[in-house]
Design a protein around this ligand. Structure first.
Ligand code: URA
Length: 188
């Protein structure tokens, strides 16, 4: 199976009840050879409508942070989510929905083979790094797992609600840029 076939399979997924309320599956977007993979929580309304990750207000903010460190989803990074279908009313995805969806992210990881995974927000960090991950304390730090570097930063939607955290988020992206320079071969 190639990456395009994986996507086609995912687009018709019925592994959890979120398939009943979705408009579109949001598989992910970006360069297939990306060395940096960003992982959010799950699609919101705009993403559900368009079938692409982070295209609403929080996506516009994310794109600004990416631009600031020379990343661009059309060129040198990839953006995916823990769950590929929108949870109704934007509630947190349930543990069983995350578990049902995680094999898709694992397969994306197997194809892309990123050097760095950046978790956007608590849900992604707790699913990918550690169940008790504390984003306010541990954001911007790197954790090595199985040869891949993981870090987490604030979810852009949280930054829209709480702009006081923006400088800390900005410094996380600066730390990320330095790490990319150190460990990535073709991102810059
Ligand atoms: N929030 C997320 O976590 N993911 C998206 O794709 C959009 C908003």
């Amino acid at each position: 199976m190639d990456f395009a076939e994986l996507k086609q399979e995912c687009l018709v997924c019925r592994r959890c009840p979120l398939c009943k309320t979705r408009t579109n599956v949001v598989f992910g977007q970006g360069a297939q050879d990306a060395e940096v993979l960003f992982v959010g929580e799950g699609p919101g309304q705009s993403e559900d409508e368009k079938g692409q990750p982070f295209v609403g207000r929080s996506g516009q903010l994310l794109d600004k942070y990416l631009f600031a460190i020379d990343l661009d989803r059309s060129r040198n990074c990839y953006i995916a989510n823990i769950v590929k279908c929108r949870p109704p009313q934007n509630r947190d995805p349930l543990p069983e929905e995350r578990e049902a969806c995680m094999p898709w992210l694992r397969e994306q990881f197997r194809f892309i083979r990123p050097k760095i995974i950046v978790c956007l927000g608590r849900i992604a960090a707790q699913s990918m790094i550690r169940p008790d991950f504390a984003i306010t304390k541990e954001h911007g730090q790197f954790f090595e797992k199985g040869g891949t570097l993981f870090m987490a930063t604030f979810h852009p939607a949280a930054l829209l609600r709480n702009p006081a955290q923006k400088p800390e988020a900005f410094s996380d992206f600066a730390v990320l840029r330095d790490k990319i320079r150190e460990v990535c071969g073709h991102t810059y």
